[in-house]
Design a binder for this molecule. Structure first.
Ligand SMILES: [Cu+2]
Length: 128
């Protein structure tokens, strides 16, 4: 392969890599391009504690705190309001995991099941 065709191939690969949003498979690792994120900070506080997303969104939860958090749907302890959130579940320090596809227009409260009355670990995802 000539030097010129190698450059064209690399250019084509980089264009492909930059245009892969919106068609993530239903399972597998969290796509790094997911812009809908809720983070548990090093201070143990969720941020943002309210996130508005369009229907059909997965939200990526990341735990940057130094202890585990079990992120689940309201209400506690049934977790029946938005079961998609229960797919996040137990996040060890440094873990990231997505919700299921949030297709129903509604407001989904969530909490840390192991620390359910801690308001710093409560929030909501508004699907609209
Ligand atoms: Cu709970």
């Amino acid at each position: 392969m000539s030097r010129g065709s190698t450059a064209i191939l690399l250019l084509a690969l980089s264009v492909t890599a930059g245009s892969c949003g919106g068609s993530a498979p239903p399972t597998g690792p969290a796509p790094p391009g997911n812009t809908f994120r809720i983070t548990i900070g090093t201070n143990g506080v969720v941020s943002p504690n309210e996130l508005v997303v369009p229907p059909g969104t997965r939200v990526l939860f990341t735990n940057n705190h130094n202890r585990s958090h079990d992120m689940t749907s309201d209400p506690h302890p049934e977790h029946t309001l938005c079961p998609e959130i229960n797919q996040v579940g137990l996040l060890r320090p440094g873990d990231s995991r997505e919700t299921g596809n949030m297709v129903i227009v509604r407001t989904c409260g969530f909490h840390d099941h192991d620390d359910f009355d801690n308001r710093s670990l409560q929030g909501r995802i508004v699907v609209r």
